[in-house]
Write a protein that binds this ligand. Structure first.
Ligand SMILES: Nc1ncnc2c1ncn2[C@@H]1O[C@H](COP(=O)(O)OP(=O)(O)O)[C@@H](O)[C@H]1O
Ligand SMILES: [Mg+2]
Length: 421
């Protein structure tokens, strides 16, 4: 098969890496890709706003399957468009993607299907939300309804914090039209897990889970980021919790999708809070997480193209996914200053030295090539993944690899996988 992957982050590098291992892969393209992806795929710089050019490219290169990485493309309905031109595409429809692109839609879906989620109210006006803030208990969580690049959620310990949060979203419109509506919900405590399963029209099959580190600095200090690292597995995830996730979350989600005729074909990411009262759904994401994807695909044994083929044919009930029983730690190396302002175009050296350590694979995110040199071109720049027989050993290897990389403009968290193992 000729495959095209859309996106250029660590997630897409990991997808390309997994696709490249498949015997079914004849040629691999990526738009736009990055320096690391260009080592295994043919990277093209096409403007994805020009959809007809994308289709022309797919026809020219006889692309059999398009795999969509980022959520923005799904929100725009790119998967529907590509599908309408007769090309197979892995990525849910615009309608089904509302599970991620509208938090109000997701909350209604969860409630309707009796899936545990934080108690909530939906507000369409500033005044009605403000009035509610005088009646509720604290802490509470305020969320912009739409996509806000992981920044539209404000956890408020007091009423004053909540008023200022509401102002930011609804009055100052920091997240634009994503903040037209807000969700105000109960605060849940527990530990967070990113849980993944492939879903089709009739059924689903589980991929696995990872624990993410969202804050920029050690000990969960600093601002929220796209993700500074993650690991899998954890002893905290008992068989009992896994069973509850399947019975009370995955199965009712599958039934609910069917009932609403939301034909979902793709990977579904459950942001879960494991509370003393069991697992609650915080949110759905309609694509792989980054860096969870890098972590999970390291352990995936089943051919990813076979899974996707079964998924698109609605035959997931006929396939069980096999994973290596190994521990994986993924540490993100980012440009100093991220998630705020940072410098670009700095040369990175010795990535191949880091890669030569047994168990290590370095996925690229914000990198590009200039005169055959790898330079930084984004906030999150590398995802260093290490696989070993325990989290402790995987951590050791990951950090040993990072120490070999020569890039003074970079920073990373030193505590990925240190807690919760
Ligand atoms: N009800 C809640 N209780 C406690 N923490 C929450 C709650 N909702 C969200 N959070 C925290 O905020 C983060 C972001 O919220 P989420 O709904 O996943 O939005 P997004 O990923 O779109 O920014 C979560 O990963 C979690 O840490
Ligand atoms: Mg989230």
């Amino acid at each position: 098969m000729n495959i095209l992957v859309l996106g250029g982050g660590g997630r897409e590098h990991a997808i390309c890496w997994a696709v490249k291992k498949s015997s079914k892969c004849k040629s691999l393209f990526c738009i736009p890709g990055n320096a690391g992806i260009s080592e295994i795929a043919n990277c093209k710089n096409l403007d994805l706003n020009k959809k007809n050019e994308l289709i022309r490219f797919c026809k020219e290169e006889k692309i059999d399957l398009v795999i969509i990485g980022p959520e923005q493309f799904l929100e725009e309905g790119l998967s529907d468009y590509i599908r309408s031109k007769g090309i197979r595409v892995f990525g849910p429809s615009k309608k089904a993607s509302m599970l991620e692109t509208s938090k109000a839609f997701a909350k209604r879906f969860l409630t309707k299907n009796k899936i545990k989620t934080a108690k909530y109210r939906e507000f369409k006006t500033f005044d009605s939300a403000l009035e509610y803030l005088s009646t509720t208990k604290y802490p509470i969580v305020i969320k912009a309804d739409g996509l806000a690049a992981g920044k539209g959620v404000i956890i408020c310990k007091t009423k004053n914090e909540a008023i200022s949060g509401l102002n930011i979203i609804m009055k100052k419109k920091k997240f634009g039209s994503a903040g037209k509506k807000v969700i105000i919900e109960e605060y849940l405590s527990g530990f967070e897990v990113s849980y993944f399963a492939f879903f089709d029209k009739n059924s689903f099959t589980k991929l696995g889970y990872a624990l993410d580190h969202k804050r920029a600095f050690n000990n969960d200090k600093g601002p929220n980021t796209g993700g500074m690292g993650c690991f899998s597995p954890t002893k905290k995830m008992t068989k009992d919790i896994e069973n509850q996730i399947e019975k009370k979350i995955l199965i009712p989600t599958s039934i609910g999708l069917k009932k609403d005729n939301l034909i979902y074909r793709g990977i579904l990411f459950f942001g879960l809070m494991i509370t003393p009262k069991g697992p609650y759904v915080i949110e759905y994401n309609v694509r792989f997480g980054d860096p969870e994807c890098q972590t999970l695909l390291r352990n995936l044994q089943t051919d990813i193209l076979k899974i996707i083929d079964y998924n698109l044919k609605d035959k997931l009930s006929d396939i069980t996914i096999r994973n290596k029983k190994q521990s994986v730690v993924c540490v993100v190396v980012a440009s100093k200053g991220y998630p705020g302002n940072y410098r670009k175009n700095k040369i990175l050296k010795n990535i191949s030295k880091a890669q030569s350590i047994k168990g290590v694979v370095v996925f690229h995110a914000g990198t590009s090539l200039e005169k055959n040199k790898i330079i930084s071109s984004g906030g999150r720049v590398l995802s260093v993944t290490a696989q070993a027989n325990s989290i402790i050993n995987a951590r050791k290897i990951a950090y040993k690899a990072i120490a070999l990389i020569d890039w003074k403009e970079g920073f990373f968290r030193e505590d990925i996988g240190q807690k919760n193992i």
